[in-house]
Design a binder for this molecule. Structure first.
Ligand code: SF4
Length: 50
């Protein structure tokens, strides 16, 4: 998989600002068509406390 830099440190897949998940799913963020990065979201996120 491509290297993915991610600043969401509270995700259980984050190690040293890099994503360690075997794959990620990115979806629209409350819109039908995204026009900017803020209108996308990582659905693979899981909080570390789970
Ligand atoms: S799963 Fe998503 S939120 Fe979590 S570290 Fe990877 S890219 Fe970031």
């Amino acid at each position: 998989m491509s290297k993915i830099k991610c600043s969401v440190l509270e995700c259980e897949y984050n190690r040293n600002v890099m994503c360690q998940a075997p794959m990620i799913q990115v979806n629209h963020n409350s819109v039908r068509r995204s026009k900017e990065s803020g209108e996308t979201q990582c659905d693979t996120f899981r909080p570390k406390d789970l």
